[in-house]
Design a protein around this ligand. Structure first.
Ligand code: PBG
Length: 348
């Protein structure tokens, strides 16, 4: 007897009925770069279609996102002045703190998350304080905790430490609790690999290390068991959500970590840039690739997806896939849609 898996693939109704992965816009987080200055929206050279905003132009972008159905953003700050101790990260009038206050005042419904790290603020570009040429773990913890508290004081709903220092989740949890923020969740970049896929981000944020690399704190990408250890450690320190990053080449890790905790996956800047470049050359169809990448992440078990592709306009419809481009909603690819299917995230 021939076993016939094709029986369940015969028509769109049946295919949609038995579909295993469903997505919706409520699980999307849009990463956003905010810089000093006023009235500026500048394109990031390595990330075509992505911008650095100032705190006032950011409001228009948030409006577009909200209209499109994106409910959460993650802020990255780009300060004008950097120093050895990254003091802009925890300054009361730091760039992220001001962006938070503006966003909070104008978009009370938006869920505001902040990346907590030192690398955008240090003159040497490392994610912690230096002792000689070493990134010193324990003295960095206090500054990370201070940064997280200042973000929450400025209006952050959730903080996301991305530095990969040991013990930082506990340090941040304690500091938040001490300030009465025991209900503020921590999304830990628990499993963050030392990846070449971050290159366009470092261009965007001017945060490339001025010497050496990040391999003494970010994870070796040959390792799987270490990922589980990192995830468990952060859970035991009080992390509420455990991120895996990058996404595309680490779905095996998403799969494993997702068996026990809520896992967001972060499709990082290099993934975005590659799709853009490939599409520009006519090698791949951007819209289809973006949809397929998102599906892969959810199929692997991620419950949240951070992606630059939710930029601008995205929207879920109960019926059909609606591609959103340049602010115009175009209905096509209808046969591929279905209830709860996501409209995907095309940059303008
Ligand atoms: C800060 C941070 C980085 C990213 C997120 N948070 C850069 C890095 O670790 O060098 C990368 C995000 C992306 O590439 O999209 N430490």
């Amino acid at each position: 007897m021939i076993t016939r898996p094709r029986r369940l693939r015969q028509n769109p109704v049946l295919r949609k009925m038995v579909r295993e992965t469903r997505m919706d816009a409520s699980s999307l987080i849009y990463p956003m770069f905010v810089r000093e200055g006023s009235g500026i929206k500048e394109e990031i050279p390595a990330m075509e279609g992505q911008y650095r905003y100032t705190t006032n132009t950011m409001l228009y972008a948030l409006e577009d996102l909200e209209k499109a159905g994106v409910r959460s953003v993650m802020f990255f700050g780009i300060p004008d002045v950097k120093d050895e101790i990254g003091s802009g990260a925890y300054a009361e009038d730091g760039i992220v703190q001001r962006a938070l206050r503006e966003a909070r005042a104008h978009f009370p419904e938006m869920y505001l998350i902040t990346d907590v790290c030192m690398c955008e603020y240090t003159s040497h570009g490392h994610c912690g304080l230096l002792k000689g040429h070493d990134v010193d773990n324990d003295s960095t913890l206090e500054l990370l905790a201070k940064t997280a508290v200042s973000h929450v004081q400025a209006g952050a709903d959730m903080v996301a430490p991305s530095d990969m220092m040991d013990g930082r989740v506990l340090a941040i949890r304690n500091a938040l609790d001490d300030h009465g923020y025991e209900n503020t969740p921590i999304m830990s970049y628990a499993v963050k690999y030392a990846s070449s896929f971050y290159a366009p981000f470092r261009d965007a944020a001017g945060s490339a290390p001025s010497f050496g690399d990040r391999k003494s704190y970010q994870m070796d990408f040959h390792n799987r068991k270490e990922a589980l250890k990192e995830a468990q450690l952060d859970v035991s320190e009080g992390a509420d959500i455990i991120m895996v990053k990058p996404a595309m080449t680490y779905l095996d890790i998403v799969r494993e970590v997702a068996d026990t905790v809520n896992v967001p996956a972060y499709s990082v800047s290099g993934e975005y840039a590659m799709v853009k470049a490939g599409a520009k050359l006519g090698c791949v169809d951007e819209e289809k690739i973006v949809c397929e990448m998102a599906t892969g992440v959810y199929r692997a078990g991620a419950c949240v997806y951070l992606t630059y592709f939710c930029e601008g306009n995205c929207r879920v419809y109960r019926e059909g896939v609606y591609w959103v481009k340049g602010g115009l909603y175009q209905k096509n690819h209808l046969v591929r849609g279905g209830s709860f299917c996501v409209a995907v995230f095309i940059s303008a």
